[in-house]
Each structure stands twice: as C-alpha cells, then as structure tokens.
Design a protein around this ligand. Structure first.
Ligand SMILES: NC(=O)c1ccc[n+]([C@@H]2O[C@H](COP(=O)([O-])OP(=O)(O)OC[C@H]3O[C@@H](n4cnc5c(N)ncnc54)[C@H](O)[C@@H]3O)[C@@H](O)[C@H]2O)c1
Length: 273
C-alpha cells in the first residue's frame, strides 16, 4: 500500500484525488492537509471530499512536518497555490517524502527552489503543470510539428474557468516552452502575452500566448500554426478534472521508483519520449 498525504485536501483537485485514492487497491490516504490554521482542522477528510468517513482528520499546514512524520506518508500530492507549494515541497522533501506536484504558476525562482530541495533531499519527484495523458501527447505532437512548421506564425490560446487564479495556464506555458526550445528561440524574447493598442507588425519569431477565462471551462489549449493560405491547429480539451486525476494516480505509483534527486515529468511517468 502506498501511503499518500494530500495537501489542498478541500480543494477542487485535492478532494477529487482523495476520493480517487480510496477507489484504488494499492494506495491509501494517510494525511490530509489544508491551509495554515484552517477552520476545517479536525474534520474527516473523507466527509469533506463527499465520500464515507476515512478516519483521517484534516490538519493545518502549520503542522505539516509532524503530520507527515506521524502518518508515515511515502508520497505527498500537492495541488494548492505556488507560494504555499514551495514551502510544502521543502518540508516534505526534508522528511524524505516523495512528491507529486500539480500546482501551477511557479516563478523561475520558485521552481529553482523546488529543484534544489528535491536534489538536496534525494527524493523522487514528479512536477507537471498538466497531468492529463492527452495533454502530454499534445506536447509531444507540438515537439514534432514545430520544426516542420518553423516559418509559420505560432499562437497559443488557452481557456479556463472563471475561478482560475494564474494566467497564462501552466500548460500553455509548457506548450510555449516546448515550441520555443524546438525552434531555438529564447522564451524571454519571443513571448507576447495578449495584444492591445498600436503593437506594430508581428515578427516571425514571436509566439503569442492568450488567456480566456469564463464559466466552468475545465481547460482548453489550442496552438495555431498559421502560414500563407493555410493553418494547422492542434487542440486539446479537458472535459472533466478526472483526466488530471487519472494521471495523478499513475504519478503516485511511479514516484517511489523514480530517479531520486531529479524532477521527473509526465513523459517519464507515461513512458513517452
Ligand atoms: N497539474 C495539473 O494537471 C492540474 C490540473 C488542475 C489544476 N491544477 C492546479 O492545481 C492547483 C489547485 O487547483 P484547484 O482547482 O484544486 O484549486 P482550489 O483553490 O480548489 O484548491 C486549492 C486548495 O489548496 C488549499 N491550500 C492553500 N494553501 C495551502 C497550504 N499552505 N497547505 C495546504 N493547503 C493549502 C486551499 O485552501 C484550497 O482548498 C492550481 O495551481 C491549479 O492550476 C493542476
């Protein structure tokens, strides 16, 4: 049985992950953590997730270290918010706990801190801005298309629900980085985030990234390769959060066996190139 701790236990993703873990035969929820000094402290994590009582009480993250140690967690799954996740990863890795992190919106400095903590504590880690299997095939497709369509104008459009806090989405940024890397373009120079006013002619190198927010959209990503007289669009649409959660289950099984001290990707989890 893989013993799993979940941070963001009452969140949209966290509660879905808790529910899904209870349906697996090879893993169990041993700790459920929420924001510091949460009013949910002491509440049963199963009841909070809308399922039967689990016998695991929600704790505030101010008690993260003692909760992890007392629970014997082997894997911590984090779907929270970037600044909180950096501290959570630091504490979990220092306790020797492997981490599966789906939280998005890390700055370069925050990601560097995560990499440092995983390395110094020599644990397994999967950090991915999108855990869906389809999206990871989407990234692979972009990797193959970009060199073929190198002189086409490239624009990325993402759409998410109206509660999403960060923009552009982590997935849009990964798509952007994959394409820029394949085309040997500097992400600092070629990213154009929305356009307004007299912006001048589009340069051939720039890659536009645009964010739409509305209603209950789970997550759409479109990459347009626009040439003279034709365009090719690659689109992924997530219909339900279940697609991410299915990927999380695979990452939980993978991470105890992952190479220690480095951050693995969903490509590693799924065995994609
Ligand atoms: N990688 C993926 O596949 C994927 C998929 C969906 C969402 N996400 C990302 O996951 C994150 C969470 O998304 P959500 O829709 O579940 O958000 P949400 O707001 O519903 O849930 C986040 C939860 O984290 C809790 N939290 C905040 N600080 C905490 C702390 N220090 N310790 C423990 N818990 C804390 C909040 O109280 C909240 O319950 C976002 O960054 C989102 O972009 C990633």
């Amino acid at each position: 049985m893989i013993k799993v701790a979940v941070t963001g236990a009452a969140g949209r993703m966290g509660s879905g992950i808790i529910k899904k873990i209870t349906e697996q035969e090879d893993m169990e929820v041993v700790a459920a953590i929420e924001m510091p000094n949460t009013p949910l402290a002491g509440k049963d994590a199963g009841l909070q997730a809308g399922i039967d009582e689990l016998g695991v009480e929600i704790t505030g993250s101010e008690k993260l270290e003692e909760t992890l140690k007392a629970s014997g967690a082997e894997v911590l799954v984090d779907f929270t918010i970037a600044h909180a996740a950096v501290d959570t990863i630091k504490v979990a890795t220092s306790c020797g706990v492997n981490v599966v992190v789906g939280t998005t919106g890390f700055s370069d400095e925050q990601m560097a801190e995560n990499i440092k903590n995983v390395k110094e504590n020599n644990v397994g880690a999967v950090i991915s801005s999108n855990m869906s299997i389809g999206v990871n095939v989407f990234f692979n497709t972009l990797k193959k298309l970009a060199p073929l369509l190198y002189d086409y104008d490239i624009e990325i459009i993402e759409a998410h629900h109206n509660q999403k806090k960060d923009a552009p989405s982590g997935t849009a940024m990964t798509a952007f980085e994959v394409i820029a890397e394949e085309l040997d373009r500097d992400t600092e120079e070629v990213g154009v985030y929305g356009r307004k006013g007299l912006v001048g002619k589009r340069t051939p190198e720039e890659i536009g990234v645009h964010a739409i927010r509305g209603g209950d959209i789970v997550g759409d990503h479109t990459v347009m390769f626009v040439g003279e007289g034709e365009r090719l669009e690659v689109k992924h649409q997530a219909h339900t959060r279940e697609v991410f959660i299915a990927g999380v289950m695979r990452a939980i099984r993978f991470v105890p066996t992952a190479e220690k001290g480095v951050i693995s990707s969903m490509n590693d989890v799924l065995g994609l190139e």
